[in-house]
Design a protein around this ligand. Sequence first.
Ligand code: HEM
Ligand code: HEM
Length: 188
Amino acid sequence: MALINTSERYGSFTKIFHWLIVVMFAWQYFSGNVMTGMERGDIVAGLNQNNYYNWHKSIGLVALAIAILRLLNRQVGQLPGWAPTLTTGEKTFIHRAEQLLYLAMFVMPISGYFYVMAGGFGVHLFEVWRMPNPIGKIESIAFIAKWIHIVSGYVLAAAVLGHLFVVFRHQFFMKDGLLRRMLPQRKS
Ligand code: HEM
Ligand code: HEM
């Protein structure tokens, strides 16, 4: 099983990074909405608001590291050809959606980082280490970064829904097994 992409299929690194990001982003959406919706002193699933903020920021920064590895991994090797069952319109849509997904993988954590640093909140990484603040408190940057974080969160959600729509349409209605391209290779 190839680690990097070949002209035939996605390699293991692409698949591992893809599914890691799916799990992490699911947590980011869940925690982002829970922590901004709860009151100080509330407990949700055993965690208080502080815990949610700390774990949201920490996992978000790990997701940034994975996004960097993922982009580097995409540059080496080749890109597999399009699935033969995709229409021209779908290819254009998928291409644009993938560009947006890659952009979001960087914009989301970077805007979050700028928001919390410039806002003076900082990052208590995994509740173990308080990261240094190289930006310092600058309200205007915090304000802009916060809005970029929130708005791009909605743009990303729309891109993911579009991405899922194409995958599900092929997988469940056209039954061409598109999902298999991103799953571990089966022994033949
Ligand atoms: C890696 C991907 C990330 C995703 C997908 C993500 C997603 C979200 C979402 C959906 C929200 C809720 C927004 C709302 O209020 O409607 C949120 C809020 C927030 N995120 Fe992230 N986030 C990510 C990374 C980060 C990072 C790395 C940090 C900081 C180091 C961060 C800090 C915050 C903070 C402080 C809020 C609360 C904003 C507020 O007060 O409204 N996020 N995030
Ligand atoms: C349950 C959710 C998801 C499913 C079922 C899914 C499924 C897939 C499948 C089957 C492919 C291969 C398409 C092909 O080339 O034939 C793919 C590719 C891709 N997906 Fe997803 N996906 C999901 C969520 C996400 C999320 C949340 C992101 C990014 C934030 C994402 C980003 C990408 C990207 C960028 C590609 C192109 C390959 C690459 O460069 O990694 N996907 N996805």
